[in-house]
Design a protein around this ligand. Structure first.
Ligand SMILES: Nc1nc2c(ncn2[C@@H]2O[C@H](COP(=O)(O)OP(=O)(O)OP(=O)(O)O)[C@@H](O)[C@H]2O)c(=O)[nH]1
Ligand SMILES: [Mg+2]
Length: 349
């Protein structure tokens, strides 16, 4: 099951107690205090793992409890500190604190680690409290409690480009043609049920990632179809690819498809519309596509990229245009708004 949003409870380990003890040994009168310190509690750490792509594991294991530190013991024995609890999360995981929803961290860079809850410090044993005027201390620290809290983790896929379109527009077909990803392709709506990220490779070793998200329909913001929650996966993209079934092969009109897609994007998050977007007309191999294209161009005054994902036509040019789109200068077929990347935040690692 694909899960991109979970609630978890995390608790770092408490520090171990300091020990109160006195050296008792034959022939050693007044041996003095020898209670050791407690060990530190384990941290709860989120580790960004490039090989993880969803948060399903946390749905089944939502309580992250790190071990406590060992208590100190007599004979100046320190307690052992507990190891941290490391939990893998996919790149693009946003962490918020519940219930108020305050931002905690945005975990993007593969391999980086974020301490979600810090383990408590171990308490001091009575040996530490000894001084020249205080030779038999009975003080000790109990060890600090580990941090804890409820959090919400939300995955916002990290990809350079986001692929948006109605169901059956051919998004997954296009992805299989231009990348090594192999999402399922089917002649029925909602074949794709969760985002799939593919990597496109170029001859000069350049690489771009592109996210195929489930089909959008009119009214998605009211939860029609699969809803619009999946649009969060294109919030980080640098540019959008709007894929239209230009042949209107399901009896719809590409002009109203385009208007409906823009509307749904705006209702989800108006900032998405500030990203550069490339309009791509698919299924140009089918009869009727040329006529639809003419009407489309007359209405919107944009020149879409013409392709047939199934027949593999127009894909080489499209790949170059996608690259230019992410790189910078607007390519033909682009609308003019330029991207506002997510504002940088303190804990963006
Ligand atoms: N004739 C023609 N058919 C195409 C073309 N591209 C895709 N198709 C067909 O359209 C149907 C839907 O393709 P998908 O790639 O699964 O569409 P999708 O946009 O991923 O659909 P969802 O995952 O349901 O949102 C399949 O039967 C494809 O074979 C094309 O360029 N020409
Ligand atoms: Mg699909």
């Amino acid at each position: 099951m694909f899960v991109d949003r979970v609630k978890i409870y995390a608790k770092a380990g408490d520090g171990g107690k300091g020990c109160v003890s006195f050296r008792r040994e034959k022939f050693v009168p007044k041996g003095g205090p020898d209670g050791g310190n407690g060990g530190d509690g384990g941290d709860v750490i989120l580790r960004v793992d490039p090989h993880t792509s969803h948060l399903s594991d946390l749905l089944y294991q939502p309580r992250l409890l790190a071990a406590r530190g060992e208590h100190g013991r007599g004979k100046n024995q320190y307690g052992r500190s507990a190891p941290p609890l490391r939990v893998k999360v996919p790149p693009g995981t946003e962490v918020r604190r519940l219930p108020e929803g305050g931002f905690v961290a945005d975990l993007v860079t593969p391999g980086s680690e974020f301490v979600l809850c810090k383990g408590g410090r171990g308490g001091r044993g009575n040996a530490v409290f000894r001084s020249s005027t205080h030779q038999a201390p009975r003080e000790f620290d109990p060890g600090a409690p580990g941090e804890e809290g409820d959090f919400e983790l939300e995955l916002k896929t990290v990809a350079d480009l986001g692929l948006v379109g109605f169901p059956n527009a051919g998004k997954s077909t296009l992805l299989t043609r231009i990348s090594r990803a192999r999402p399922k392709v089917g002649a029925y709506p909602f074949t794709t049920l969760h985002p799939v990220v593919g990597a496109m490779e170029f001859e000069d070793w350049g690489k771009l990632t592109i996210a195929d998200i489930p089909g959008l329909v009119e009214g998605a913001h009211r939860n029609v179809g699969l809803g619009h929650g999946f649009l969060r996966h294109i919030e980080r993209c640098r540019a959008l690819v709007i894929l239209l079934d230009m042949a209107g092969s399901e009896g719809r009109d590409p002009r109203s498809d385009y208007a409906a897609l823009l509307k749904e994007l705006e209702l989800h998050n108006p900032r998405i519309l500030h990203k550069p977007r490339l309009v791509v007309a698919n299924k140009m191999d089918l009869p009727g596509a040329a006529e639809h294209l003419r009407r489309f161009r007359r209405k919107f005054r944009i020149k879409p990229f013409l392709i047939s994902a199934e027949k593999g036509e127009g894909l080489a040019e499209l790949k170059q245009a996608l690259r230019a789109a992410v790189g910078a200068p607007p390519a033909p077929g682009f609308t003019h708004e330029h991207s506002a990347l997510p504002s940088s935040t303190k804990n963006r690692i």
